[in-house]
Design a protein around this ligand. Structure first.
Ligand SMILES: [Zn+2]
Length: 130
């Protein structure tokens, strides 16, 4: 069952405009509508799957960002690129916030997948929530 948002999740503005139709070729074969908030330009899926149904849309062993599997060339390449991206994200956060390992800092990773970024930042001494 779909859930239709009546306000922007960021600014609570009630008006959106159609932005993009996106087919899900991987799992459901359904089309999803992305809308853009007329106030803050945030783009989001609307309507979106209800919380009770969301697991269905991620139920695939082929979804690489939810896997630590290293079988096959594509999977190994993905893991290598992910490690590079994690190092760059950590460096970006350190540059933007001035975060140093001995400082107390808490980080929320919304949509954390397998938690690889949380793990990277934990090793850097950061408090975490995902
Ligand atoms: Zn908004």
């Amino acid at each position: 069952m779909a859930e239709e948002l009546k306000a922007c999740p960021l600014c609570a503005h009630p008006y959106f405009q159609p932005w993009l139709q996106v087919p899900d070729y991987a799992i459901s074969q359904e089309d999803f509508s992305l809308v853009q908030c007329k106030e803050c330009d945030f783009c989001f899926t609307n309507p979106r799957p209800a919380p009770a149904d969301i697991g269905f849309y991620y139920a695939s062993d082929d979804y690489l960002s939810h896997s630590n599997r290293r079988r096959g060339l594509l999977s190994q390449l993905y893991q290598w690129v992910r490690q590079k991206a994690l190092a760059e994200k950590k460096a970006l956060i350190q540059r933007q916030t001035g975060f140093q390992p001995e400082q107390a800092m808490r980080l929320l990773d919304y949509g954390c997948g397998t938690g690889e970024f949380l793990h990277t930042m934990h090793r850097a001494g950061c408090g975490l929530m995902g």
